[in-house]
Design a protein around this ligand. Structure first.
Ligand code: ADP
Ligand code: MG
Length: 627
């Protein structure tokens, strides 16, 4: 095309496209879901803008926020058109090719390891999945602020952009022209296409039409009348009206004969009734499951979910899901992130944003779902909304609800242990199912670190979160135990909760720091996660019991008998001069103190951190900047 400009894809995008174009065996269906979801996103955006400026929608067809999908069997073409916000020339260049998103490399890594291509949408590169079924794609787009452009690429390392002088004017929105590859011709079958679109569009909040060839009844009339009819049905409505009033009254009387004819008609494939507006008792497990897959772009089932309604000053409905696995980038650069798309916020059925920082605290941003509020004002900017008081209340309620769901899983796990005991009196019918028994363990595996981050960040819920902590100890074997378990196992007279941080359980168990504690049969918590000691800095006690770091000075074991205390005192006295000499020789700038210690059994001496100093393990972690 004359006047077209050529651009090269960003290197990683190029590799991604290579993989997709050449991937023969992956499930290609996913491309439809991704393109439909992009179309809906684009319509959400224009609808949001229209809340404050009605004019952005335009008039007539332009204002109809809908998706139309059609086929051309002769040319092996598939078309997807939306009336979303569209893309300017700059948008096309940036969004479709030159800017690598954080998910690009993560997805590449996954795909090269033979991972599931289906997950592409979660990595923010869903558009490119169109190259699973095509080796030549054109994107025609019209944004209110720019002319209509054609983006085109045959996945050969580059794409072109040219002002569109050949296609019909779109008004506003995007039309994607997909030249199907020979090995993807199954999508040219109407029935297949319809089945897929129906599956992927079920929970999209815009009408989606698919053009199909249908047998319809058409009246048999003479040629003249036929033409008039067409005119009256067509776009030039005004003409039709003043044309022939007698004509129309004529045909009503006569009931003309009809014949069958194949015609292209638009079929609506989704009824776009929002699932969260329905009563939970009327929604099936299967529907929730499908809904979860739609909102999370995930392919496996959620671990657990809750559908509820908040009443009172602030009213909202919500469906929240806890995924079975953590989002790929959840723990990456955690502290650098401002917010992560998580829950979709709707105000009176209108999608507002999926990136509202105030909606969930960062540590719970792995949760997926939607919140629809009638209390929030509709005509405000996203920024104003962030500041809105109601949002804080919603956030508080969501967090409480989520912690409740998580606690329920933990409670179920506990009940499972009880019901499995030989003398258990739990009746068969009241037993927790095998599936529910295992949920908390898998939650902890995926999101245990999120809970720890929560303890650090969320002072209000710290205690609730602390109850969920699980760890191994010197006595737990392969099991994980809670702080409550620890406390109920405490020795008589024991006042503190002992812990030691280290690189592995083995390292800790054989460390001289805990020699005596273990010998005296105290239980010691093994902290092997780099986050554990950070957590301890924010939680000095639990249930009135202080935490005590075994690697620090002033480790107290309160079961010394009189004989032992006497001996310790005598030893301290005896070695007074020696310890003084030692401290001086090492240098007072190097050690704070040299003491006779009662913590050791076989090791002759040990360096410990001051009570308020950093533990050796913590120093190692900070040095490695592991987190
Ligand atoms: P994501 O949807 O996760 O952002 P995609 O690869 O699916 O990633 O899309 C990349 C970007 O391209 C989108 O964020 C959007 O800005 C733009 N885009 C894609 N499809 C459309 C469309 N139909 N209308 C407007 N913009 C679109
Ligand atoms: Mg997308």
């Amino acid at each position: 095309r004359s006047g077209s400009e050529e651009y090269t894809f960003q290197a990683e995008v190029n590799r991604l496209m290579d993989i997709l174009v050449n991937s023969l065996y992956s499930n290609k269906d996913v491309f439809l879901r991704e393109l439909i979801s992009n179309a809906c996103d684009a319509m959400d955006k224009i609808r949001f803008l229209s809340l404050t400026d009605k004019n952005v929608l335009g008039e007539g067809d332009n204002a109809k926020l809908e998706i139309k999908i059609s086929l051309d069997k002769e040319k092996n073409m598939l078309y997807i058109q939306d009336r979303g916000i569209g893309m300017t020339k700059v948008d096309l260049i940036k969004n479709l090719g030159t800017i690598a998103k954080s998910g690009t490399s993560a997805f590449l890594e996954q795909a090269q390891k033979g991972g599931d291509v289906n997950l592409i949408g979660q990595f923010g590169v869903g558009f490119y999945s169109v190259y699973l079924v095509s080796d030549w794609v054109e994107v025609i787009s019209k944004h209110n602020d720019d002319k209509q452009y054609i983006w085109s690429s045959s996945a050969d390392g580059s794409f072109t952009i040219v002002e569109d002088t050949e296609n019909e004017a779109l008004g506003r929105g995007t039309l994607i022209k997909i030249h199907l590859k020979p090995e993807a011709l199954e999508y040219i079958e109407e029935s297949k296409l319809k089945e897929l679109v129906t599956r992927y569009s079920e929970f999209m909040n815009f009408p989606i039409y698919i053009q199909t060839l249908k047998e319809v009844d058409v009246p048999i009339e003479d040629d003249e009348e036929d033409k008039e009819e067409e005119k009256a049905d067509g776009e030039e409505e005004e003409d039709g009206v003043d044309d022939d009033e007698d004509d129309s009254s004529d045909s009503e009387d006569e009931k003309p004969a009809t014949r069958k004819e194949k015609q292209l008609v638009w079929d609506l494939v989704n009824d776009n009734k929002a699932i969260w507006l329905r009563k939970p008792s009327e929604v099936t497990k299967e529907e929730y499951d499908k809904f979860y897959k739609a909102v999370s772009k995930n392919f496996d089932e959620a671990l657990t979910f809750s559908h509820f309604k908040a009443e009172g000053d602030i009213e909202f409905k919500a469906v929240l899901f806890i995924p079975s696995t953590a989002p790929f980038d959840f723990y990456d650069k955690y502290y650098d992130r401002k917010s992560t798309p998580s829950i979709k916020l709707y105000v009176r059925r209108v999608f507002i944003s999926d990136d509202v920082a105030e909606l969930l605290p960062k540590y719970l941003a792995f949760v997926r779902g939607i919140v629809d509020s009638d209390t929030l004002p509709l005509q405000v900017s996203r920024e104003q909304l962030q500041q809105h008081d109601s949002l804080k209340t919603i956030k508080k309620k969501l967090v409480r609800k989520l912690l409740d769901i998580i606690k329920k899983m933990a409670d179920d796990e506990l009940r499972c242990k009880e019901q499995d005991e030989p003398d258990s009196e739990v009746e068969e019918g009241d037993k927790v199912s095998d599936e529910d028994c295992k949920k908390f363990a898998s939650f902890w595996k995926q999101f245990g670190r999120a809970i720890k981050l929560g303890i650090i960040e969320d002072t209000t819920n710290r205690n609730r979160l602390a109850k969920l902590l699980r760890f191994k100890t010197s006595k737990s074997g392969d099991e994980l135990i809670s702080l409550d378990d620890y406390i109920s196992n405490m020795k008589e007279g024991q006042k503190e909760i002992y812990f030691l941080g280290g690189q592995s359980e083995k390292d800790i168990a054989s460390s001289p720091y805990v020699e005596r504690l273990l010998k005296k049969d105290y239980e010691v918590i093994y902290f092997t996660d780099v986050l554990d000691e950070y957590v301890m800095q924010h939680m000095t006690e639990y249930d009135d019991k202080k935490f005590s770091d075994a690697s620090k000075d002033e480790l107290k074991m309160r079961d010394q008998d009189e004989k032992e205390s006497k001996r310790d005192k005598a030893l301290k006295e005896e070695f007074k001069d020696f310890t003084k000499w030692w401290k001086k020789t090492v240098g007072e700038d190097k050690v704070a103190n040299v003491k006779v210690s009662s913590r050791l059994l076989t090791t002759p001496c040990i360096v410990v951190a001051g009570k308020y100093g950093q533990s050796a393990n913590m120093e190692r972690i900070t040095k490695a900047q592991a987190f």
